[in-house]
Design a protein around this ligand. Structure first.
Ligand code: ADA
Length: 567
């Protein structure tokens, strides 16, 4: 991912975003496609979701995209694709170079530079549901899974020794000690390759390496007097590494997130997280949000006094994380998942796809100081003992990829969860006043659910209410003040926030469900069938899908701003 600041001064990187050739091949298997027979008859925006355009609205099937780019003949090349929804196969000059499962993570495809000076790139993209091919995108999930090359595409030309990524970890915020790990690759043995490193523009280290194969280089540095990152003062720093002919710039923040008893601490200070669950969705753009929408979403979050976003239910765009780093919004990043069953959690293919998704999510988001929590398996079957091995395996996998952040999962089983002890932070989804009870019984239901969490011993650490909310149809106002009206939703959210943050409740955070309305699936075979989703939308946003405010917007804003004030 190129990101919001220049990653490379030396390496040649071409941005391939723009207009690509396109054809919708429909109901055809990728294995049956002969590249030479593809007749491109249309064009499509990259990044973009083809089924968010009126011409292909609602279509599921195979599509082909094509572009071409200049390359230096014979040079090693790397194509970086930040998100192909939700399965992709990449060809360069007619040769198969790689494929990828899962739509929300960046992947790279390497190829030796062609003899010619142009690379023709063709990508087959499939947005159909096929659990065998793509086990982590299942048809019953409660959001519309758009298709297309939904995030950026970049063509890198690599020298014979190159830097894959640079990871910066705060070892000790008090002394400003950070560790820098450089992951590098080698195509030709090289002696005496110079590595130089600067921090915030100042050269701090230089040495000679003889890399014969890919590996890692690591060293710690103390950045005396450097500013720390926090939501209130989101200071950022940068490391620039030069290795032979290649270079890499990485932005980072100095901050540590720790669990201490019932508190979540950042740099020793307790955090109170106030925010929303957010899908990356817009009726006109699908899941390929233009920069302007990312920025305006953050403006709205800030306006409401939020300092927290739960990225439901998949890794969010790196450009959004860049903005969170700059604006001081804390992020919960989670891998793709939704109400996965014990049977799915026992399936090796599903687990392998989850592990890949988790590893890619963490590699891409590792350096973002805004990311404070890793999440997984939203509302999985964590109440069934058969699911426990999967939770153990996947949580262990997260910790092996990154031991520096706490791990959590949103559970909808506060009474009978059997995996909760595996997490560092207890996170509970609940819908009092919406799926059960009413506005009068709601406060009592919240107390009862939280009481149960404490009784079962899961309140001895930070507790986040990772979903709570109710739906309102934008513009629906009625004297009866019943479900689906804006006033019912506004009162429901007011009750939820005031009850959860009244003295003595001691929750660490809240992620209201949800930021804005989102298109969802059209099915009867799901816990969230179309009959409970008027217009085909999940209408629990405090804004509609075009970010027009409902009555609850001002309510949340008033309450969050009060709660955000230092006590
Ligand atoms: C669940 C789920 C959300 C959404 C919500 C709802 O808690 O995690 O994705 O489906 O319910 O609106 O019912």
């Amino acid at each position: 991912m190129q990101g919001r600041y220049p990653r490379h001064d030396l390496r040649s990187v071409a941005d391939l975003c723009g207009t690509w050739d396109f054809v919708f091949l429909g109901d055809c298997r990728p294995e049956d496609v002969r590249l030479a027979d593809i007749r491109f008859d249309d064009v499509m925006a990259v990044p973009g979701c083809f089924d968010a355009t009126p011409a292909y609205a609602g279509k599921r099937g195979l599509a082909a995209y094509r572009t071409s780019a200049p390359v230096a003949a014979g040079q090693n090349c790397r194509l970086v694709l930040d998100g192909v929804q939700h399965w992709g196969r990449v060809f360069v000059n007619g040769r198969l170079c790689g494929e990828h499962v899962g739509g929300f993570t960046s992947f790279a495809v390497d190829f030796a530079g062609p003899a010619s000076e142009r690379a023709e790139i063709v990508i087959l993209v499939d947005n159909r549901f096929d659990a065998a091919r793509c086990p982590i995108h299942l048809p019953y999930y409660d959001w519309y899974q758009f298709g297309g090359i939904a995030r950026g595409v970049w063509l890198h030309q690599l020298p014979s020794v190159w830097i894959d990524r640079v990871q910066v970890t705060t070892v000790d915020y008090a002394t400003r000690k950070v560790s820098v790990v450089v992951h590098y690759g080698v195509s030709t043995d090289t002696n005496d390759t110079q590595l130089t490193l600067s921090l915030d523009g100042e050269a701090v280290h230089s040495e000679s390496l003889s890399p014969h194969q890919g590996g890692t280089w690591e060293r710690t540095f103390t950045m005396k007097d450097a500013d720390l990152w926090s939501p209130a003062s989101p200071h950022l720093h940068s490391v620039h590494v030069r290795l032979g002919e290649d270079d890499f710039r990485q932005r980072f923040g100095i901050r540590q997130v720790q669990v201490s008893g019932k508190q979540l601490l950042m740099n020793g200070q307790p955090l109170r997280l106030l925010g929303f669950c957010r899908h990356e969705a817009h009726p006109e753009f699908g899941m390929a949000l233009p920069q302007q929408v990312l920025i305006s979403d953050l403006q709205l979050l800030k306006d409401m006094g939020c300092n927290f976003v739960r990225g439901s239910h998949y890794p969010q765009d790196g450009r959004f994380l860049d903005l969170c780093d700059e604006l001081g919004i804390c992020m919960w990043c989670e891998s793709v998942g939704w109400q996965n069953t014990a049977e799915q959690l026992s399936d090796a293919r599903f687990l392998d796809a989850q592990k890949l998704n988790i590893a890619e999510m963490i590699a891409a988001a590792y350096n973002h100081p805004s990311v404070i929590l890793w999440g997984l398996l939203n509302e999985g079957n964590s109440h069934r003992p058969e699911s426990r091995p999967a939770y153990e395996e996947l949580i262990g996998h997260i910790r092996r990829c990154d031991a520096s952040r706490p791990v959590t999962f949103a559970s909808n089983h506060p009474f009978d969860d059997v995996c909760m002890d595996l997490a560092d932070v207890t996170s509970i989804n609940m819908y009092p006043g919406w799926y059960h009870g009413n506005l009068q019984t709601m406060a009592g239901d919240i107390d009862m659910i939280l009481g149960k969490v404490h009784e079962r011993g899961f309140g001895d650490r930070p507790v986040i209410i990772s979903e709570i909310g109710g739906a309102a149809i934008y513009g629906c106002r009625d004297w009866n003040h019943q479900r689906w009206t804006e006033s019912y939703q506004a009162e429901l959210l007011e009750t939820a926030i005031t009850r959860l943050f009244r003295d003595g409740m001691a929750v660490t955070g809240i992620a209201l469900w949800q930021f804005c309305d989102i298109r969802t699936l059209d099915t009867m075979e799901s816990s969230c069938s179309i009959l409970g989703r008027p217009r085909g939308f999940n209408n629990k946003g405090v804004m509609d899908e075009y970010r027009r405010p409902k009555q609850s917007y001002e309510v949340v804003k008033r309450l969050f701003r009060q709660l955000a004030r230092p006590v």
